[in-house]
Design a protein around this ligand. Structure first.
Ligand code: BGC
Length: 936
């Protein structure tokens, strides 16, 4: 071997060794470093941010015994293992999530590089993780030198008129202001070390530096009640700033800041005209710095190509009015006006600490039709949320109009009645220069079908693509099973959930509503955690709820409070108490519980004033959207289907009190805990005294929901439990013939209540039904998401969205926690201790479920063939699990082909309800049992 060959051989040999499964076997790795749930966030304003990481190891029984976090002020120092900002030292602890930073006091603009090393079960240290970073935003109001600038004057003169049509047209015009384009040039004379822009452009904005759009997010910043709180976003623009002349540009859209609407069910808050506050901070290598801030020296025009924009109505873009080079130095802005100083929005400027909204995918249309000459209908094949990217060639001045809708009329044209006042129409005027591509910026639509008119020539499938727009959240779960209807329902639900993330949690994406209705996503939110990493987003939504709270404690049904609805109903605002529990269970987020606690107590105390003799009756919406008896109805008129208000309110308030007791105990507030507990007891007793009929064996009118809630919250006296449950079963089997009979409220618990007492088969029926009412019925009738109404194909269009999340109820929770059987142990939080308890049911042959928990991936997949049940389980490092393996005879179980008692890390605990129960350490397992011994 000559020398080169020898070196090569040596390298290959070492590489092969490193890559071999044996090499990795003993070294645990640290991955997925995050700060406040985000990876490498810029400009946060949390002074004790929480850090987390994941220990990766395929070894059985691996766990973290200690950690060391290094936080350094420079990448170089970190490389030398110097944590000048924080060196936690070796901390003997298995904590790997929600580790609170405890170093030097954090101040505005600081930049940190950090990494982690951990010690495994044998005390062996891992390598350092890959380094990552976070930066601090502007923590003090005094840090802000930027002024709020914009243009407040109404741009279109509206002549007074009594003509209704003109009034309507004027109203539409007034809510579709043209975009504001702002620019400023500046000179950089020295070498730049770092340039950071802090930008708050309301309602929506895009930032440009020297002609380049900064960042790939859209619809930025996130939504808030601007009177209370306004987000800024920090952006690293170091690479875009040049030592010479530079230009910075911002386009402002209306978003929800300027979204006046009178005709929707409630009047929408209008905050005024769009405005900007910006601060570009340039640090030089010589230690000096400059600030370029928004002020009246900026120039502004409304004569750019975006002639009109509104989130609900759409965007009008005239490409002939483009201003090439507007965000570059040297552009002649002599025709632009000086920007005006305008009033501040009122809320405090705070950092946006949620994932950005992005175009997270594209869809190609699957068909085009031409139901009328020149009217082309594109079918995207999926009810999606976002907008279209249009490709077109034609003469200047040609206007191509895109209208969006979820469904079609029988004649093949768009069905738009269910959009109510939302125009959902984008219009593009060509500049006539070869192939032109257009996609809107300051609007979004919920649609499957797109009507294209005015297209020069005949459009093809390639003329249009769908841009999918939503909060860019990591996917956390995967689920599939042998039953195709369940898989289809699941797929539709994932699309629906995803499309309703818009920096708030919306009810729907298509009509003139798109609001953060609290009730729709309370207990249901737990299911979403299995689909997407929702921690930061839901924590932010809780902040919106606290922001909406009145002095007296009342919380709006819609948050942010764009619709001011203070009804003091229990069910909707109770999300402010229920959702912290979800964040606690799924993410071990005690911090958010502590942060929200004062607001929760205030709401509980306020609402307690409505309790009379242990019963609270405040309820506005009932068990919203129970399946109606008549296909044309929105709401059922049948008293037997409805659930009495005191049942809904008292049960929900009881659940809230129990949660409050849990939070108070966690936060060491024993007195509060006792107070909530005592009140809860009063409600429990009163519910049964007042509404339980010992003769009939059910509460109130015995509706499905009137059974589900007392059972779900354990309010039924033990001796009566079976009777109430049996009544529920009877209602389902004889009255609704195996179909679901609950609305939004009962639906968030029914699947789990039935499964807990051994009737998963009924849930399986709901899950696989294709007759009304069911998710399968929706799918059979063309749904590719989930409808607002069980009878969404026939009901009145005034309240009939094709993409609502609320009727999912606890179905996704059921898929993961029951069918797949992945649960957080009730004695733990954040999946530190896991339960794997699959539910083989009816003719189901296999299930594959996996969930990326805060500690890493959990897998539970099972398969049944003629003779065996196989259960594959992965328990992530640094956690343990209890596995329920369905069998009658534990002695004949095997794990990875060996008798189970010989399996490493597996300990038999007991037999329980047809399953052998084992405690297992982390690792991957293959359990197998004989089918003949299995009970279903
Ligand atoms: C919304 C629902 C909401 C309900 C409450 C509807 O218009 O779309 O999601 O919960 O109103 O009234």
């Amino acid at each position: 071997m000559n020398k080169i060959k020898a070196v090569k051989f040596h390298t290959v040999f070492i590489a092969a060794l490193l890559l071999s499964p044996l090499a990795g076997l003993h070294a645990a790795e640290v991955s997925n470093l995050r700060c406040e749930y985000l990876s490498a966030p810029l400009g946060i304003d949390v002074v004790k941010p929480r850090l987390s990481w994941v220990m990766e190891s395929p070894l059985r029984g691996e766990k973290q015994t200690a950690y060391r976090v290094l936080v350094a002020s420079s990448a170089e120092l970190l490389k030398k293992d110097r944590g000048d900002v924080w060196d936690s030292g070796k901390v003997v602890s298995d904590q790997s999530i929600q580790v609170e930073y405890a170093g030097k006091t954090l101040e505005s603009r600081m930049r940190f590089y950090w990494k982690v090393r951990i010690w495994d079960k044998d005390g062996k240290a891992s390598d350092w993780s890959r380094p990552t970073l976070w930066t601090m935003g502007l923590l003090q109001p005094a840090d802000w030198k930027g002024m709020w600038i914009g243009l407040d004057e109404p741009l279109r003169e509206m002549p007074a008129t009594t003509n209704k049509a003109i009034q309507a047209a004027n109203e539409i015009a007034s809510r579709r202001l043209p975009a504001r384009w702002l620019r400023k040039e500046f000179i950089v004379g020295r070498q730049v070390k770092r340039a950071t822009a802090y930008v708050s452009g309301l309602g929506l904005s895009e930032l440009y530096v020297n002609g380049h759009k900064v960042g790939d997010d859209v619809l930025s910043p996130g939504l808030t009640d601007y009177h209370k709180r306004v987000f800024y976003v920090a952006r690293d623009v170091t690479k875009l700033v040049r030592p010479d002349r530079n230009a910075i540009g911002v386009i402002l859209g209306n978003g929800r800041y300027h979204a006046p609407r009178n005709k929707t069910p409630a009047r929408t808050q209008d905050y005024g005209s769009p405005k900007l506050c910006l601060q570009l901070e340039v640090e030089y290598t010589d230690g000096t710095r400059d600030e370029i801030v928004s002020d009246p020296t900026w120039k502004l025009t409304t004569a750019g190509p975006i002639e009109a924009n509104n989130e609900y109505d759409g965007e009008e873009y005239d490409a002939r009015r483009e201003m090439p080079g507007w965000a570059n130095a040297g552009f002649s802005d002599s025709g632009w006006m000086p920007a005006k100083c305008v009033s501040a929005p009122g809320g405090k400027l705070v950092a946006q600490i949620i994932n950005a909204i992005r175009v997270t995918g594209t869809l190609q249309p699957i068909a085009i039709t031409e139901p009328k000459p020149g009217v082309f209908i594109y079918d995207m094949g999926q009810n999606m949320v976002g907008w279209c990217r249009l490709h077109v060639r034609g003469p200047a001045g040609t206007i191509v109009t895109l209208r969006h809708a979820e469904t079609l009329q029988p004649d093949g044209t768009l069905y738009i009645s269910n959009l109510r006042g939302a125009k959902a129409t984008d219009a593009y005027t060509l500049k006539g220069q070869g192939r032109e591509t257009y996609e809107p910026r300051f609007t979004y639509h919920g649609f499957r079908f797109v009507e294209v008119t005015g297209f020069p020539g005949k459009p093809t499938l390639a003329s249009l693509e769908g841009c999918i727009v939503n909060d860019d959240l990591a996917t956390t779960g995967e689920f599939s099973c042998s039953q195709p209807t369940i898989n289809r329902n699941y797929r539709n639900m994932v699309w629906g959930v995803r499309g309703n993330y818009r920096s708030i949690i919306t009810d729907c994406p298509q009509r003139d509503e798109r609001q953060g209705w609290l009730g729709d996503r309370s207990a249901e939110s737990k299911g979403e955690a299995y689909l997407f990493d929702i921690a930061a987003l839901y924590a932010k939504w809780l902040q919106d709820m606290a922001d909406s709270q009145k002095e007296n404690g009342s919380i709006s049904d819609v948050c942010p409070e764009y619709w001011s609805l203070y009804n003091d109903s229990v069910t909707w605002p109770s999300s402010a108490v229920i959702i912290p529990g979800m964040l606690l269970d799924q993410y071990a987020d005690i911090g958010v519980v502590a942060r929200q606690y004062p607001s929760m107590v205030k709401w509980i105390d306020h609402m307690s004033g409505y309790i009379s003799n242990g019963i609270i009756s405040k309820d506005s919406y009932g068990d919203w959207c129970v399946p109606p008896e008549d296909f044309k109805l929105i709401h059922s008129k049948d008293p037997a289907r409805k659930t009495a208000k005191p049942i809904l309110a008292t049960c929900y308030f009881y659940d809230c009190l129990k949660l409050m007791r849990r939070y108070a105990t966690l936060l060491s507030k024993a007195e509060d805990a006792a107070r909530f507990d005592a009140l809860a007891d009063q409600l429990k007793v009163a519910l049964s005294t007042k509404f339980y009929s010992p003769e009939k064996g059910f509460y109130s009118n015995g509706s499905q929901t009137a059974c589900v809630l007392p059972l779900a919250f354990e309010m039924v006296p033990a001796a009566e439990h079976k009777r109430v449950f049996d009544h529920l079963v009877e209602k389902i089997t004889s009255e609704t013939k195996g179909h679901i009979g609950t609305g939004l409220i009962g639906g968030q618990w029914i699947n789990r209540v039935l499964t807990a007492d051994g009737r998963a088969d009924l849930v399986y029926g709901f899950a696989t039904n294709t007759t009304y009412p069911s998710w399968g019925y929706m799918a059979e009738h063309g749904a590719t998401t989930v409808w607002e109404l069980w009878n969404g194909d026939t009901a009145d269009p005034s309240m009939n969205s094709g993409n609502h999340v609320m009727l999912i109820g606890d179905f996704i929770i059921w898929l993961y926690e029951n069918l797949g059987g992945i649960q957080c142990d009730s004695g733990a939080i954040g999946f530190k201790k896991i339960v794997i308890k699959p539910t083989p049911v009816a003719d189901l042959k296999w299930v594959k479920a996996q969930y990326d928990s805060p500690y890493g991936r959990i897998v539970s997949s099972w398969k049944l063939d003629d003779s065996n049940l196989m259960l594959n389980v992965t328990v992530p490092a640094n956690t343990t699990a209890t596995v329920f393996m369905p069998t009658q005879n534990a002695a004949r179980l095997t794990e990875s082909g060996k008798p189970v008692e010989k399996a490493e890390g597996v300990k038999f605990l007991r037999m329980q309800s047809g399953a052998a129960v084992y405690s297992v350490v982390s690792g991957t397992y293959r359990f197998q049992s004989k089918f003949s011994e299995l009970t279903r």
